[in-house]
Design a protein around this ligand. Structure first.
Ligand code: CAA
Length: 379
């Protein structure tokens, strides 16, 4: 638990080399231009990072959650906008298809996602159903021949503008709240499916986020994911794994902020010595490192529990809560240590400060993580 074995080290090193040599150099430009990293995603697919939980027979690398969080931390150290594309694909799209899908659904959808040829998205959030995910208003009506017709819209959907495969949710009986929710696998070429407004975000600009609109969208019954009215459980179980992924994303940002702060503190002089020699700076560095180490242990523990097949909702939420708050803390302190330079777009810490901000919001706000942790604790 406290040391990586050889296989884990080699996965981390592979991800680290690729992240630092191939992803990091283009990060400032992607941040400026909001360009989707299509080439990097297909390279990540070739390396096996886009299908980490999926068995080889469906095109994946069949690794574990532990390997996934190790790789994701490294990718997000270089560019969290690239990392979130990888994280949505693995934990929010492939995982529920693998866990709840039929054999036909797995054969049909997983290979394209694992290679990175097809981008996936997870469409749960609606204008009136963000933190209150059970308040799904998108309507699903079963037709006489057993297919479904969907009407409604989703917002804040990461990867939606590029997505070819969509895991989404709709309600057969909105008055029954979560008890009417069904999960579906959609394809972007289905008539009645369209991409709405693309958001102009604060950060993680290599990924794009938009609205999705479903207008009389006919979904074959073969695309129902898991049982009718079983969708809310699919959504929640999926988010457990998603949350430990966001925690790893936040950890990558936090570690990069610390490394940049240390380098700057050693080279910047004030009052005749490097600022690293001032206690005010040393204390910040000590706090950043301590919180990063604690976050990493929470993440490793939650990942390990998932790999043992244990329900880890509380642990995934603790990891996400602590790592995301740590990313924001570290990015804030890294900007502070850089002084005025940290406020300039020329310095990477400015991007980290913006990229960190999303991690306490998506896949459940910090407030929602506290609800999940409290429920797990109190019963
Ligand atoms: N695993 C399996 N089942 C679960 C579960 C889990 N982790 N959590 C809850 N359930 C089940 C419960 O057992 C319960 O089942 P029964 O009906 O059989 O009793 C059912 O789900 C309802 O549970 P709750 O009563 O706890 O539901 P709730 O309405 O009180 O909501 C909540 C709980 C935790 C607040 C939930 O609504 C939630 O997680 N909200 C936040 C949503 C969220 O994270 N959205 C992020 C969107 S995705 C995203 O950001 C992706 C992206 O683009 C990057």
């Amino acid at each position: 638990m406290f040391e990586l074995n050889e296989e884990q080290q080699s996965i981390r090193d592979l991800a680290r080399d690729f992240a630092r040599n191939e992803i990091m150099p283009g990060a400032p430009e992607r941040d400026r231009t909001h360009a989707f990293p299509a080439e990097l995603i297909s390279q990540l697919g070739e390396m096996g990072f886009m299908g980490m939980f999926v068995p080889e027979k469906y095109g994946g690398t069949e690794l574990d959650v532990f390997s996934y969080v190790l790789a994701l931390e490294e990718i997000c150290y270089a560019d969290a906008g690239v990392g979130v594309v990888m994280s949505v694909q693995n934990s929010l799209v492939e995982w529920p298809i693998l866990a709840f899908g039929t054999e036909e659904q797995k054969q049909r959808y997983l290979p394209g996602l694992c290679s990175g040829e097809v981008i996936g998205c997870y469409a749960l959030t609606e204008p009136e159903a963000g933190s209150d995910a059970g308040a799904q208003r998108t309507k699903a009506v079963r037709t006489d021949d057993g297919d479904y017709v969907l009407n409604g819209s989703k917002i804040w959907i990461t990867n939606a503008p590029q997505a070819g495969t969509i895991v989404t949710y709709a309600n057969m009986e909105p008055e029954a709240r979560h008890k009417g929710v069904c999960a579906f696998i959609l394809q972007s070429d289905m008539p009645g499916y369209s991409v709405g407004k693309v958001e102009d975000k604060m950060g993680i600009n290599a990924s794009s986020t938009s609205e999705l609109i479903f207008e009389d969208l006919r979904v074959p019954k073969a695309n129902l994911l898991h049982g009718e009215r079983q969708g809310f459980m699919v959504a929640m179980a999926t988010l457990d794994g998603g949350r430990v992924g966001v925690a790893a994303q936040a950890l990558g940002i936090a570690q990069r902020a610390l490394d940049l702060a240390v380098a700057y503190a050693n080279e910047r002089y004030t009052f005749g010595k490097p600022i690293a020699k001032h206690q005010a700076i040393q204390w910040k560095i000590a706090d950043m490192r301590t919180r990063i180490e604690a976050a990493r242990l929470l993440i490793w523990r939650a990942a390990w529990m998932k790999d043992q097949g244990q329900r880890a909702s509380g642990h995934c939420s603790m990891a996400k809560l602590y790592a995301s708050e740590t990313a924001n803390f570290c990015a804030y302190e890294a900007v502070q240590i850089h002084g005025g330079y940290g406020y300039s777009r020329e310095y990477e810490v400015e991007r980290l400060y913006r990229d960190a901000r999303i991690t306490t919001l998506y896949e459940g706000t910090s407030e929602i993580q506290r609800l999940v942790i409290a429920k797990d604790t109190l019963g």
